[in-house]
Design a protein around this ligand. Structure first.
Ligand code: PRX
Length: 650
């Protein structure tokens, strides 16, 4: 007998949102306002006239000075809302405190140890103003870079908003990265000020962030001041003349602060992400277009209304958190839940308890979390009243149909459509996604958002009818990244030169007969481990920086929960012998160089790595071997015998 899932997939049944949800959705109302009667009609109209679409949505935000042109497109360089004066913080905070939203809760924050804090828009506005004044007092000016190395505590959005308010450019570094990764990013951005915390909680343990970062602070020559938030109460050493406590510097500050009117195209933040080389890429986003893109998608895809409680269970250290925990929800004026810790700590009730406790109505998470909870079993969500939910979301990696069905059935009680949204750090906003009025297929990200011209092409750039190919975007969108920080050539080379003037996403996808998109994974040497983007080259260079290691090759191995796990093969220098202890030391070393998320799940010591005759490590062969795929023709390798030996590491 077919399982329920197999039956559904065989039927190719479409899942449709309820009539009620569709009728009352923001997208339906928005279309009705323009006399548009179907989503297909909107897609057509927006495709024909993208500037009309984005102009209308940009007008829903407040501009200090109106823009003259919606778009200037000189491929691959776009400028949106040119000539407009704008500040994202004016839209996220200042305008709300002039309305009834002033007393609305902006964030409900829950610490891992159970502590709860609520901040209204008014509270948040005041705290941001005080921090902005403090930063100005420290000499931070428009265009200066500030590094923010904080966990999921309220000071993180406050610090980001304070920077943006005065026109400084923030660079948030994920708190799961270790000090070396922080140092590399801080030096690349030449930051003047950095903000960190004494310590934070993860699975009941205190992670001493300040102590970790102390190792590298003297090697960041541009750094003048380090601001430290007191959170876990862990002991820290404060260096006189450089280190200041957050509480002390904001204490006496004025609660008002003038927001800096920025040019629409002025940089808002740099967020480093992994590419195919060992050097992270500083993705640059700007105030105007970024705000319009993320606001539009949150409003139309996740359909947020004033009465919603929104929980995007990502970390602000990644783009998902920047766009959909900090900026877009605040621009929309909704109440968000923010949670400090692990979703299954102290037990698998935690995630469901939070949804129940705060009556979360729209919930956005990653497939890896769904698969983790699938493993724990449906008894955990079933113990809780999840009836407040009306819409669900998924992001970060392909969601397999089994996980989709589990999420749909056991979390959404078959009532909540799942918005499986495809996008990237570079895109800033969701680009290929369902809407609450589109039919869904489990595992598909449905169709490109209005105006987005996405396609799947072969190596020559020709559209592919069937089968997988490169996912590309052929037209600009407002929240696209504008460049790579201090590396404009890499911006062009990495993304826009394979197919000139067309954006190469780095993903492989296919389009089915209904025009639905299916993302199949990365085409390049970038791994996706539990939704985190990790470059194989970065892990390799961390491994070879250990003195016992001669060479290293890192590939992804499919994993049921994490999507992929890091698998490494290492050759040792003369005089060093393989041992379990050395494996342990290597893992520790990678944790310190990059962070715990990059620590290899598998380390295999080998005498030799498969190589071409010119000495290049054949990662393609290693990858195939690890996945159990056919390794193909290896007769041209310099050392074909090394391939079989991968099965029997030392
Ligand atoms: O491979 C795609 C995958 O995540 C990559 C982008 O990673 P990052 O820049 O860290 O941003 C993640 C959050 C937006 C993409 O190149 N990805 C993202 N969303 C999906 C996805 N893969 C499949 N389905 C998705 N919905």
């Amino acid at each position: 007998m077919l399982s329920e899932l197999e039956a559904l997939l065989k039927e190719n049944r479409l899942f449709s949102p309820s009539e009620d949800l569709m009728k009352n959705s923001n997208i339906q109302k928005w279309m009705a306002h323009y006399g548009i009667t179907s989503y297909d009609e909107l897609l057509q109209k927006a495709q024909n006239d993208p500037e009309w679409f984005w102009d209308e949505l940009a007008q829903e935000l407040e501009w200090y000075q109106p823009y003259e042109n919606v778009l200037k497109w000189d491929p691959p360089h776009a400028e949106w809302f040119c000539g407009g004066k704008f500040n994202i913080v004016h839209n996220a905070l200042d305008r709300h405190v002039k309305t009834w939203r002033k007393n609305k809760v902006a964030y409900i924050w829950e610490g891992e140890s159970g502590q709860v804090k609520k901040l209204t828009y008014h509270d948040l506005h005041r705290k941001v103003n005080q921090m902005a004044n403090a930063l100005r007092g420290l000499g931070v000016k428009k265009g200066d870079r500030v590094s923010i190395y904080l966990p999921m505590i309220l000071e993180l959005p406050i610090a980001m908003l304070a920077c943006a308010k005065i026109g400084a450019i923030h660079s948030v570094v994920f708190s799961g990265f270790w000090a070396k990764a922080f140092q590399e990013r801080a030096n690349d951005a030449k930051v003047k000020v950095a903000i960190t915390v004494d310590g934070f909680y993860r699975r009941g343990k205190v992670i001493p962030l300040k102590e970790n970062v102390d190792e590298v602070l003297d090697d960041i020559p541009s750094l003048e001041t380090l601001i430290v938030v007191k959170h876990a109460g862990s002991p820290v050493h404060m260096k006189p003349g450089r280190d200041l406590w957050w509480e002390e510097i904001i204490h006496e500050q004025e609660k008002e602060c003038i927001t800096e009117p920025m040019d629409s195209e002025d940089p808002l933040f740099i967020l480093y992400t992994s590419g195919t080389t060992g050097k992270p890429k500083g993705v640059v986003h700007v105030h105007g277009g970024y705000a319009v893109g993320i606001y539009t998608t949150l409003k139309l895809v996740f359909d947020l209304k004033d009465q919603d409680i929104w929980w995007c269970a990502a970390d602000i250290g990644w783009i998902t958190g920047h766009s959909y925990i900090v900026y877009a929800p605040l621009i929309m004026g909704v109440t968000s839940v923010m949670y400090e810790g692990a979703p299954d700590y102290p037990d698998p009730n935690r995630l469901w308890e939070i949804i129940e406790e705060y009556c979360v109505s729209v919930f956005y998470t990653a497939p890896t979390t769904i698969r983790l909870f699938m493993k724990y079993g449906e008894k955990w969500p079933q113990k809780h009243d999840l009836s407040s939910l009306r819409l669900l979301g998924s992001v970060g990696e392909p969601i397999n149909p089994e996980a989709w069905m589990w999420y749909y059935k056991h979390v959404g009680n078959r009532q909540c459509p799942i918005m499986d949204t495809w996008w990237q750090t570079e895109t800033g906003m969701q680009l290929i996604t369902p809407l609450p009025i589109t039919s869904l297929k489990p595992g598909s990200v449905v169709k490109p958002f209005p105006t987005i011209k996405a396609d799947v092409v072969d190596n020559k750039g020709n559209p592919i009818g069937e089968g997988g190919g490169h996912l590309v975007i052929k037209t600009p969108w407002p929240s696209m990244f504008r460049t790579l920080y201090k590396d404009p050539d890499r911006y062009v080379d990495a993304y826009w030169s394979t197919f000139p003037g067309v954006y190469l996403s780095g993903d492989v996808a296919r389009i089915d007969e209904d025009g639905y998109f299916w993302i199949q994974g990365r085409a390049d040497d970038v791994l996706n481990v539990a939704g985190h983007r990790i470059s194989t080259a970065e892990v390799e260079s961390a491994l070879v920086s250990y003195d016992a290691v001669a060479e290293a090759a890192v590939v992804g191995k499919p994993d049921q929960v994490k999507g992929e796990e890091i698998c490494s093969f290492v050759t040792l220098k003369k005089g060093f012998d393989p041992s379990p202890r050395l494996k342990h030391l290597l893992r520790e070393h990678v944790r310190r160089e990059i962070g715990p998320i990059a620590s290899p799940a598998f380390i295999g010591f080998v005498e030799d790595l498969p190589k071409t005759r010119s000495g290049k490590i054949m990662r393609r062969v290693i990858k195939a071997k690890v996945k159990g795929d056919d390794v193909g023709d290896i007769t041209t390798l310099a050392n074909p015998e090394a391939v079989d030996k991968l099965d029997h590491p030392l």
